[in-house]
Structure formats: C-alpha cells, structure tokens
Design a protein around this ligand. Structure first.
Ligand code: GLN
Length: 268
C-alpha cells in the first residue's frame, strides 16, 4: 500500500488524511508528494491507521498532531487548551494597531498563548502579560512562548484576581458560548476544555466581568478588546457603561461577522 492508495480509499477528507499521514510517517509535505508511490511498511500502515481511527471517532486534528497554525506561527496544543481559531487573528490585528510603542498588554485567559505570543512576536517592543486559571494551560503557553522566542509574563489568575499593574491594552478571547448551546455537543468542541468555551450561563457572564473590572487595570486612553460569538456584538457593546468608556465599537472578521468588540478609557 502507498500514500496515493491510502488517499484513494477515502476514509477521511483528503486534506485531513494528508496531515495525519505526514504526522504518522514524520514526513514533510514535500515528501508526501515525492514519496507518494513508496510501498509503506506494516508498522507505518498501522501508525497511520491508529491516527485515522482517532479522527474517525471525532478527535480534533490539532489534538492528534499536537499542533495548530495561528497567524503563521505553529502552536502546541493539548486538550487542556482551546484550539486556536482563524477568526481570533482579528483580535491580534486590532491589538497590534492599538498598542503604543513600548506599550504593555494584558491577555486574559490565554490558553495555548496564541494571542499573547503572536502579539509579542509581532511587537518585540511591547511588554506582554498573560493569565490563565489553568496551570496546565500556562505550561503550554510557556512552551509556545519559548518556541517562538517571545517573552510573555505568565500569571495563574482567575481573570484579574492575581493581576498587578496597569496596562495600555487588555485583550481576551473568553468563554462566550451559552451553556445550552447545542454547538458544545458537536465537532471539535466536544473535545475542548469546557471552561474555555462556555461561561456555564448565557454566554455573556465572563465578558461582563472582564468589562466591569477593566478600568482599574487600564491606563487612560487604553483599549479593551474582546472576542465574542457571531450574534453577541450588540449585547457586548451594551455592557460598556458610557460613563466609563468611549469609542465603543465592533469589528468584522474575514467572514464578515462582528467578532471583536471593544472600547477605550477616556483620556481624562
Ligand atoms: N470560537 C469558538 C467557537 O465558536 C469559541 C471560543 C470561545 O468561546 N472563546 O467554536
């Protein structure tokens, strides 16, 4: 049996099959093409079959390979952290545009560290602090920061609980799926940490507490930016009390969905 023949079997979508075959054989994408006619050994075939079975039982590709690309960087992931999503790149872009030179940023609930590490990578001038309530997540974030040679101060904290200092920018991709949302029982989400996905309430509780306490940790003129669900933008904007915030707005992701909302502390 060859790679080409395995692909022809059609057990998985071709892209997924290629990723898992390359991972099982420890072949590069190029080798997958140049060696597609090689006869595979029984050991190789059983390694591939084991990965195919995991995928067939629903396990996310990223947890099987242990990696997911985000904003052109490779991130280690395990079931202790949410798998980075492409729409979250919008949060990084908006943060990058708003973070002053040599500014400080706080990422709440960093998980794999995808947001904080990517921002640190784009902005070596900036000082990044990232929190998570999960010690396991922080270990992964630490490895991802090291992998990309970025300095991120990691703090184990329940939102602002153990945070000290005052920042130019606060960002978060918090759990925002409502407890009764059927998506939690579908696809990759079944395998991801529930505390990274849902607030176990209406989907807005974590966002609300992040907004309520943010002014204490934000410099005048500093931005708070939050990722949220596809239908939450108007509700999130309403959570910003206009006596404490200005420039309340929402921004669209590449799919055209309002995916990030935020506001600024007034300058005076
Ligand atoms: N974007 C994820 C999803 O809808 C949820 C991530 C989150 O709750 N922060 O699958």
């Amino acid at each position: 049996m060859t790679v080409d023949e395995l692909l022809q079997q059609g057990r998985l979508a071709p892209l997924e099959a290629r990723i898992l075959i390359a991972h099982a054989l420890q072949w590069s994408r190029v080798q997958l093409v140049t060696r597609s006619q090689d006869i595979l050994s029984t050991t190789q075939l059983s390694a591939i079959d084991a990965l195919f079975r995991r995928r067939e039982s629903g396990e996310p590709i990223a947890y099987i390979t242990g990696f997911r690309e985000f904003h052109e960087l490779d991130f280690e992931v395990t079931p202790a952290v949410l798998i980075p999503r492409p729409e979250t790149e919008l949060l990084v872009e908006l943060a990058n545009e708003r973070l002053p030179r040599h500014g400080s940023a706080l990422d709440l609930g960093t998980g794999s560290g995808a947001v904080a590490v990517t921002l640190a990578h784009l902005r070596p001038d900036a000082k990044l602090t990232a929190t998570d309530i999960s010690a396991e997540a922080l270990q992964i974030a630490e490895r991802n920061a090291a992998r990309h040679q970025c300095k991120v101060i990691l703090v184990r904290s329940d939102w602002y609980g153990q945070v000290n200092g005052i920042f130019d920018l606060i960002i978060s991709n918090p759990p925002y799926i409502a407890a009764d949302d059927p998506h939690l029982m579908q696809g990759d989400l079944r395998f991801e940490p529930s505390g990274a996905l849902t607030d176990h309430a209406d989907g807005l509780k974590a966002i609300e507490s992040i907004i309520t306490d943010a002014p204490k940790y934000l410099k005048p003129g500093g931005w708070l930016l939050l990722e949220h669900g596809y239908d939450q933008a108007a509700s999130v904007r309403k959570l910003f009390d206009l006596s404490a915030w200005t420039d309340v707005g929402s921004w669209r992701d590449l799919a055209g969905i309002e995916r990030v909302s935020g506001a600024r502390r007034p300058l005076t």
